[in-house]
Design a protein around this ligand. Sequence first.
Ligand SMILES: C[C@H](O)[C@H](O)[C@H]1CNC2=NC(N)=NC(=O)C2=N1
Length: 98
Amino acid sequence: MTRPKRLSPEAQAEALATLTGWKLAQGREAISKRFVFRDFSEAFGWMTRVALLAEAANHHPEWSNVYRTVDVTLATHDAGGLTELDVKLARAIDALGN
Ligand SMILES: C[C@H](O)[C@H](O)[C@H]1CNC2=NC(N)=NC(=O)C2=N1
């Protein structure tokens, strides 16, 4: 696999403009989004679907879950910042619905 390249600030802004609800994370090069579900079961079921996507893509989220809220942060650790892999995973996550 070719090493992903970090997005330039311009490319980051362009990518963010195509995503709904994703924001640059505070103090680091990453994107974040909060997902709120009806209850824990919905939240955890969704996390399971995201986990399968992430594993298939070999690109994994940083996330935390409190009851029915899931906070997701995406960054490419191998590249030390944001890459197209994060944008693709964000799109795939949003395409799952919630
Ligand atoms: C060896 C393996 O391909 C890498 O460590 C992958 C796995 N999942 C990953 N996930 C994320 N979010 N960033 C990475 O750089 C990354 N690297």
